[in-house]
Design a binder for this molecule. Structure first.
Ligand SMILES: Nc1ncnc2c1ncn2[C@@H]1O[C@H](COP(=O)(O)OP(=O)(O)O)[C@@H](O)[C@H]1O
Ligand SMILES: [Mg+2]
Length: 358
């Protein structure tokens, strides 16, 4: 009987969303095994807690490494999504390190005791599983925090699933005082199973030339997954935040952005009463815009359609990369109307999907 993760993978293959990849299978099976163990562990823990017995042994952590674009993050994501335990967290390694530095800083302002022990206790109370994407160590301050924190977390029984482009032995290679980091590598070797994702296909390269993957329809459950997938890949899983842009002495707030990437919706940009200057500001500010939930445009949505046309003109002008989810295919996006001229917009949208435009 395939497990939840294996089923999900199979489902995506069947839907044509991903290719069946034998190189991913080894990692998939191992992740599935861990998922089953975590669930059994969580159930057992709950029963035992009621009777105050000893806790069952912890589940071994996993460290997945390999070249870029092999599907490490995708597999970890699927694993995380389908993992049926409550106390889980998935976070990008950089965001996690930032949190640790902040925690340590704040702790020391109020306490004399050891910040790392306190943090480890805090984590273990709220998490049974921690998924860390893109593990990578470049500076001594991080290296020292990692050595101490992960030693404690593993001791306390946290299960960590990590992706990285580096074999454990290659971590922090050439780094300052690397000998102080070596205990962490030993810890990894003793307490985690290492999986090498050995596929020879870089899926990311393949995607760069794909022209059909930037306009998704219809607006079903996979549409938001599509937008999220693009978003994660572009931002490298960094969290998005609201941004304020200045437009002619006013402020324009977009709900989700990171660096030069914005994740927005038809509602946010075209239902709100925005105008040309807003769109030009947005277009000059961002390199990529993920625009979700575009409805079929018709005379009932006259103002919204006009705004959409102005928006596309601005994005085209500034060569912004556009990724969309819509209710209908591109050639059915706007119902012909003698007031609204959609031909230019249609042609621009087509061109914006092309490899040449990008
Ligand atoms: N088997 C597959 N078939 C199609 N696309 C895939 C497959 N595995 C991964 N991808 C896609 O390739 C891209 C890169 O994958 P990702 O997991 O980010 O790679 P890595 O973390 O190893 O660098 C992602 O968009 C992902 O969805
Ligand atoms: Mg990755």
């Amino acid at each position: 009987m395939p497990g939840l993760l294996e089923k999900k993978y199979q489902e995506l293959v069947t839907l044509g969303r991903i290719d069946y990849d034998p190189a991913q299978l080894v990692a998939l099976q191992q992740l599935q095994k861990l998922q089953d163990q975590l669930l059994a562990h969580a159930e057992c823990k709950q029963k035992l807690m009621l009777r105050k017995w000893r806790l069952p042994p912890m589940c071994r952590s996993l460290y997945i490494f390999g070249e870029v674009g092999r599907g490490k993050s995708m597999l970890m994501d699927l694993f995380y999504q389908t993992c049926p335990i409550k106390q889980k967290r998935r976070v990008h390694f950089h965001a996690f390190m930032l949190e640790i530095h902040n925690f340590v800083h704040q702790w020391h302002q109020q306490h004399d005791s050891d910040a790392i022990s306190a943090l480890a206790q805090h984590i273990i109370l709220t998490q049974q599983l921690l998924c860390l994407d893109e593990f990578h160590v470049t500076d001594i301050a991080d290296a020292m925090l990692i050595v101490r924190l992960f030693g404690k977390l593993i001791d306390l029984g946290l299960t960590v699933v990590t992706t990285s482009n580096y074999h454990p032995n290659e971590l922090y290679r050439g780094g300052l005082q690397r000998e102080l980091f070596l205990p962490f590598i030993k810890l990894l070797q003793e307490n985690t199973d290492t999986i090498y994702l050995s596929g020879d296909k870089d899926y990311r390269c393949g995607q760069q030339s794909a022209v059909n993957t930037r306009f998704y329809f219809p607006l079903n459950e996979h549409a938001s997954e599509f937008a999220q997938q693009h978003c994660k890949q572009l931002t490298n899983y960094a969290p998005m935040h609201a941004v304020r842009l200045h437009v002619l002495g006013r402020q324009l707030v977009l709900s989700a952005a990171f660096a030069k990437i914005a994740m927005t919706s038809f509602h946010e940009l075209c239902v709100q009463p925005l105008g040309s200057s807003d769109y030009l500001t947005i277009a000059s500010h961002f390199e990529t815009i993920i625009l979700t939930d575009i409805p079929r445009l018709n005379s009932d949505l006259r103002n919204e359609t006009k705004r959409f046309i102005t928006l596309i003109d601005a994005l085209y002008e500034y060569k912004v990369r556009l990724i969309c989810t819509a209710a209908v295919p591109l050639n059915e996006l706007c119902v012909a109307d003698d007031v609204i001229d959609f031909a230019r917009t249609h042609s621009r949208l087509v061109e914006m999907q092309s490899a040449r435009y990008l």
